[in-house]
Write a protein that binds this ligand. Sequence first.
Ligand code: SF4
Length: 378
Amino acid sequence: MVSLYLHIPFCEVKCGYCDFYSLPRGHEDWDLQTEYVRALSDEIDSRCPTGIPFGHRTPVQTIFFGGGTPSLLKPSLMEELLKKLADYFVWDQTAEVTFEANPKTVSVERFKDFRSLGFNRVSVGIQSFNDSFLKVLGRYHAAADGIQAIQDAKQAGFENINLDLIFGLPGQTVKDWESDLQQATQLETPHISAYNLTIEEGTPFAKLYPKTKPALLPIEEDQIRMFEKTREFLAEKGLQAYEISNFARPGSECRHNKNYWEYGEYFGFGVSAASFVAGRRRTNIRDLKKYLAGGWEGSTETISPKQAMGEFLFLGLRLTEGISVRCFQELFGESLFKVYGATLDKFISKGSLALQGDRLTLTPQGLLLANELFVEFV
Ligand code: SF4
């Protein structure tokens, strides 16, 4: 399966915890948006005819406009980008075509415009339904705007809606988080993503909440309780965990993200976008000025077989269904147990991994230790 990703780097403000390549620019700056869309189109034109293995009319199953805040983009510019993609790729109505949106950048009209362009899925950055925590995060919107955005998306005809939440916020209690989950499920979206706040190096949060002062964040026991509560509560509401941080009603799992976790190929365009094709990972430059000037090349890495095996494992184990032992053998021509026997034995005997038939999965205990465990594979 091949997926396409387009990066739109504009945001209204820069949130304190964010380490995506995004800039507080482009909000109603139509000249900058136009310039960026032209640069993106040039990149697509220049890469696609010679792209390996992509040539003309390659079929794709998912397209994802991420950011940044793609919903800031003028619909006519979004249309221009979709038309450009259609010069090289083909997709039909069964394809999943997603854009990310933030409250306050959308309205029923804006959603309708995007819907008429062929978008059939929207992912809304809500993060919290509590105004004080939204302030802590440095978000541009209030809780009421988040609720309104979901209602507007529905009114415009979107059924496939994701709602993004974050827990483990400074000052947050388990009760606060339960209240967020309660409000989220009342909106009845078929998909919810719930991430534990990560303090990323180089962000304002890294200075505000340094590792040397862990007391500023909820204690570890509370963060674990929030994580477990999320799974229990959402399952009761019919949203099963299909990945560590992602929950969906049956059939509403995000196909685009599943392709990443299943180690599928994807082609990314735009500033900072990454591609993974034919065993090579290419990441575009993280500099808007240079990108606009046509210098989009960043870095290229050829993934060694050993590295690929580790990536296949740590991505696949994020999924509730885990990985297929047979699939590993078919992909890499080696037995999973021959390559990772000692590590697998250790984690299976400790109760962090489980092997049932062909599937290797994380146990509930393994879920809590996932990052430590993944390090061993890469
Ligand atoms: S809206 Fe999203 S992409 Fe933009 S700064 Fe905030 S977290 Fe980052």
